[in-house]
Design a protein around this ligand. Structure first.
Ligand code: CA
Length: 507
């Protein structure tokens, strides 16, 4: 049956939930598949989320990059062929907002991480209900590895918000090394006084290990040589976790976050010059692809591949202000913006035997959707909180049913506290954004731009115009009602469920 999200009606789920497009037959088919799995295997699936940092929509071969842009990604491409490749998966414009949305099923205006906390700033995930805590309540072993960046304060650390174990760093790659590198920060690196000054700042210079409810213990100071080994060490830690869990009968959730390919990239020695591009960013992509290969191999070797739903994605678009330590998006602008280049991310969903292979979809998927979707697959749907607004939509039948379609009618774009745009079908209506500068190809906007508002709005057809260069509004006024009704419904939810700011100072 043909399906058109622009004309599709939505169904109310609850006051505190995003309305959905109901697909009754598809939902029944997915439920039957899941019940068959449970009765055959007598268990719930594992979840393995592999999240890259600042990797562009187009970096992987399966998205048109890979060998074409000087860094082949055979392992990721193979995984994409084994599952579902999403072409319209949306993150938030930067790291911490995106990650907290994955963890909570809520948009940044609700979980309060409107921008990344930096250099030991207070503020983070504390007080939120996370997917890790709900899966732990449902009997899962929960493991976080790698980059955290949802608050360095104790209460926001992973071992206090639902994870049994954490091995990684609490902040973001550049914070550990930028000031040590005389190429990027000569005025600190060559000054004893300034080096001492930054060393005395209250942020942790080490990567850490922590177990549930305990304190984070320093493992090693993240100098530049140590940084280059982190992704390898973290992958080994996750491989060990997968192997250990293979011997037991408890389901598990592994949240594996790479350091790469956030600036600045210092590849592990064996990867130096390993990409056809020979650039550190591209060499890092080669390593990230190998890491996907290693984790999938560990699942296969331990007989857990058919019991594990794997998600591979990136937390936001490429950071073009540090070009060329960033790479490929075919869309306009970059990280920090609500243009497609900032928020449209690669996303591969694989679960052999349960998610059909060789399948791509342009259906809308938001990072918040992973929260209710995962809980539905874990049989823990009833644990979704009802005391707060949950923006995520249960997309389990989109993933599991043959030729599944998205249950999401609208994607809402926010730039911190500024409502920016809404997408429905192939159209995006934009009311405000961050400026970029098409004359300066080396520095196209992102965090650098200024806020700009469009009094009449702009309408982009993302199929005809993926770079969002021609507003189509005057020719397409018939769509206005469809967009404004979705927008005003969304904005009204903030009346009953007021926005939150978890950061110490608004930016
Ligand atoms: Ca990021």
């Amino acid at each position: 049956m043909p399906f058109d999200p622009i004309v599709a009606e939505t169904t109310r789920v609850a006051d505190h939930r995003e309305p959905v497009i109901a697909h009754a037959e598809q939902t029944a088919a997915a439920r039957a598949r899941l019940e068959e799995y449970r009765s055959k295997h007598g268990r719930n699936p594992n979840f393995c989320w592999i999240l890259f940092d600042d990797v562009g929509w187009g970096d992987f071969g399966c998205y048109g990059g890979g060998v074409a842009v000087g860094a082949p990604t055979p392992n990721i491409d193979r995984l994409a062929r084994a599952g579902l490749l999403l072409t319209s998966c949306y993150s938030e414009p930067s790291c911490s907002p995106s990650r907290a949305t994955l963890m909570t099923g809520r948009l940044p205006m609700r979980h309060g991480l409107l921008r990344p906390p930096m250099y030991g700033e207070p503020g983070g995930l504390q007080g939120e209900v996370t997917i890790a805590s709900l899966l732990a309540d449902a009997g899962y072993t929960t493991q976080a590895v790698g980059k955290w960046h949802m608050g360095e304060n104790r209460e926001s650390q992973p071992q206090h918000v639902g994870f049994d174990d954490f091995y990684g760093f609490l902040s973001v790659s550049d914070m550990y090394t930028e000031w040590r590198d005389p190429y990027f920060f000569p005025e600190i690196a060559y000054s004893e006084e300034r080096t001492k000054w930054i060393e005395n700042q209250p942020f942790n210079k080490c990567f850490v290990h922590a177990t549930r409810g305990g304190d984070a213990e320093d493992v090693e100071e993240v100098t530049i040589p140590v940084l280059s080994t982190l992704d390898d060490k973290w992958a080994a830690y996750s491989e060990d976790f997968i192997k250990r869990m293979g011997g037991g009968d408890k389901p598990w959730f592994l949240y594996h976050n790479t350091r790469g390919a956030h600036f600045d990239n210092y590849p592990l020695e064996k990867y130096l010059g390993s990409s056809p591009a020979k650039h550190p960013y591209k060499d890092t992509i080669i390593e990230l692809d190998d890491i996907v290969g290693r984790l999938v191999a560990a699942l296969r070797e331990t007989g857990q591949l058919e019991h594990t739903m794997i998600m591979v994605s990136s937390d936001n678009g490429p950071e073009m202000e540090t070009w060329p330590d960033a790479a490929y998006t075919p869309f306009r602008c970059a990280k920090g913006s609500t243009w497609e280049g900032g928020v449209r991310v690669p996303a591969i969903m694989a679960w052999p035997g349960m998610i059909d292979a060789d399948h791509a979809s342009d259906g809308l998927f938001n990072f918040s959707d992973l929260f209710p979707t995962t809980l539905a697959l874990a049989g823990a749907h009833a644990s979704i909180p009802d005391d707060r607004f949950i923006d995520g939509v249960d997309q389990s039948s989109f993933l599991l049913a043959p030729d599944g379609r998205s249950h999401r009618k609208y994607h809402y774009y926010w730039l911190q506290t500024m409502f920016s745009a809404v997408r429905c079908g192939e159209y995006k209506m934009m009311l405000a954004s961050i400026s970029d500068d098409s004359r300066d190809v080396m520095n196209p906007g992102g965090f650098t731009g200024v806020e700009q508002k469009y009094p009449y709005g702009r309408l982009y057809n993302l199929y005809l115009d993926p770079k969002e260069t021609h507003s189509y509004l005057i020719r397409k006024l018939a769509y206005i009602e469809a967009f404004t009704s979705g927008m005003s419904h969304h904005l009204r939810t903030f009346g009953k469920y007021p926005p939150k700011n978890a950061m110490s100072r608004p930016s």
